[in-house]
Design a protein around this ligand. Structure first.
Ligand code: MSP
Length: 512
């Protein structure tokens, strides 16, 4: 039987500026999920990439004094580098300037047009280049200085009058509402779902899907004076990567997507426009769109004017990659907004990682190296406390799975730390250091229990902290091919020689 497939994506990132904390966050969350699904044995396709067309990128290139493609090449490489440095396990990296994507977009356009959902007209209204979005006057505010901005994002808007092709979005209102109703999990979290449902209920206007004022985009088939609206171009990336128009090819099995992970400001594009485009082209719709919150930095919004964009790469060098990945997913309930501060990062590293998991592993493994011949002790007679601890650990994967299904990464981690605390309490009450003199057999049995618990913890934490957990599992003598969830069903092998353990998470001493 062929394996169940799972296709998930990050948004494709605009190449007008360098990668920062916000991008690293979306990518890391998606990566944790991709690794989790692989751990479950699914056939995963994990996609990320860059969004390279449109007025915003064209303007940034102009400012840099180079051609748009050269500019896009440079910044796209930087995003690729970020993915590499964050240990993002994407299976493909799509760029909207690639030939495969141009072909795919033009084919989608032709299908939507053939089905009668595109018509030529003229756009007259507001446009915000920073958001690459059209706004109704009621969605803008006039500031005291006379400039007009989008109310939701604060991006300046300009008045645009130009010939444009329109997508008949208004005809999809009922079908979209029916889809949301029949697929209650399509938009998450629930608050976002409600927001989108009431937006669609309030009435949809036809959408301008081509521009004529500039040329940095994919030409409209049959009318080269127009380039496609960058959001139509961008959204199509997800199906391009599955091989569209050839969905019979090797990647075709991954469409429709299981999950589009997006930031909250772009949910409307993914939960309204994208399904409508697909309906218009008679293509299957994605199963889920999940929107996460935004980070502020030391209490401030990241912005050009404050110059406080954080690049996480130097932080990973300073504090450790897995430490930063852990922090991003533990600090804020996924879906909520959060604040990034060095103090909070250092606090989490020391409390949860160095003193929590790191200490549990180190004191157990170094004790075995010194007092139990450096091999995995055999199980002894099971005491009540052993059963209780083991049961807690054995139930951990299913509790983590429940949280991961809801993308509640913080809850998944909470479950793991509950087990870590229980293991700490167990060691303190069993006191193997005292047993060393009085009952060496029981001492070994106790150490074996902790190793079993550490194995489960190491396995389920791999998606969050892949490198460090690979080390932990190696110290426990678990072969690389036995590190997935199914591997947990195989008993650990008595007396396996264990390599000398090294500390997993150094304490950070910086004055917080
Ligand atoms: N190009 C579009 C997406 C097209 S997808 C078909 C785009 N790109 S982006 O580069 O502006 O942002 C992409 C992602 O970064 C979004 O998910 C967004 O939420 C995330 N973040 C940008 N700043 C952020 C924070 N300050 N905090 C958390 N994530 C934020 O939008």
């Amino acid at each position: 039987m062929s394996k169940q497939t799972y296709f998930l994506s990050t948004p494709i990132y605009y190449v007008n500026g360098s990668p920062h904390l916000g991008h690293a966050y979306t990518s890391t969350a998606a990566d944790v999920l991709a690794r989790w699904q692989r751990l479950r044995g699914l056939d995963v396709f994990f996609l990320t990439g860059t969004d390279e067309h449109g007025q915003k990128v064209e303007a940034a290139a102009k400012q840099a004094g180079i051609a748009p493609l050269e500019f896009a090449n440079r910044v796209s490489d930087d995003f690729r580098d970020m993915a590499k440095q964050m240990n993002i396990s994407n299976d493909d990296f799509i760029r909207t300037t690639e030939a495969r994507h141009k072909a795919s977009c033009q084919e989608i356009w032709r299908r939507i047009q053939a089905n009668g959902f595109i018509e030529l007209g003229a756009y007259e209204g507001y446009y915000a280049v920073r958001d690459e979005a059209y706004y109704d006057e009621s969605e803008t505010i006039l500031k005291p200085d006379g400039t007009r901005v989008a109310a939701s994002s604060g991006a300046p808007v300009e008045w645009v009058v130009e010939p444009s092709y329109f997508f008949k979005l208004s005809t999809f209102q009922d079908r979209l509402l029916a889809y949301y109703e029949q697929n209650p999990g399509f938009i998450a979290p629930t608050a976002k779902r409600n927001e989108i449902v009431s937006f669609v209920k309030s009435g949809l206007r036809d959408l301008s899907i081509s521009r004529t004022k500039f040329s940095w985009g994919i030409p409209v088939p049959g009318d080269e004076a127009h380039v496609m609206y960058v959001w139509l171009d961008a959204l199509v990336n997800y199906i391009t990567a599955c091989g569209f128009p050839d969905l019979e090819g090797p990647r075709g099995k991954f469409w429709p997507a299981d999950l589009h992970l997006v930031g909250k400001e772009i949910i409307r594009f993914h939960a309204v426009y994208w399904p409508a485009f697909l309906m218009a082209a008679n293509l299957p719709l994605p199963r889920r769109v999940f929107s996460h919150g935004w980070w502020t930095v030391e209490g401030e919004k990241m912005s050009k004017s404050l110059g406080n964009f954080i690049d996480v790469r130097p932080l990973t060098e300073e504090f450790g990659l897995d430490q930063v990945r852990y922090f991003l997913l533990r600090e804020v309930p996924f879906g909520n907004d959060g604040d990034f501060s060095r103090k909070a990062l250092v606090g989490r590293i020391n409390a949860d990682l160095a003193n929590g998991l790191g200490n549990l592993a180190q004191r157990t493994l170094s004790f075995i190296a010194k007092n139990a011949e450096g091999v995995l002790p055999a199980r002894g007679e099971m005491h009540e406390a052993d059963h209780a601890l083991l049961e807690l650990a054995q139930n951990l994967p299913s509790r983590v799975a429940e949280a991961m299904d809801k993308l509640a990464f913080h809850e998944a981690l909470d479950e793991v730390w509950r087990v870590i605390r229980a293991a700490d309490t167990y060691i303190d009450s069993q006191a193997p250091w005292a047993l060393r003199k009085t009952d060496a057999a029981r001492m070994k049995a106790v150490l074996r229990m902790i190793c079993e618990v550490l194995r489960v913890i190491g396995v389920v934490l791999q998606p969050f902290m892949p490198e460090t957990m690979a080390r932990l599992l190696e110290y426990l003598g678990i072969a690389p091919e036995a590190r997935d969830l199914a591997g947990l069903d195989t008993p650990m092998v008595d007396l396996t020689p264990l390599p000398a353990p090294q500390g997993l998470f150094p304490r950070v001493t910086e004055a917080a």
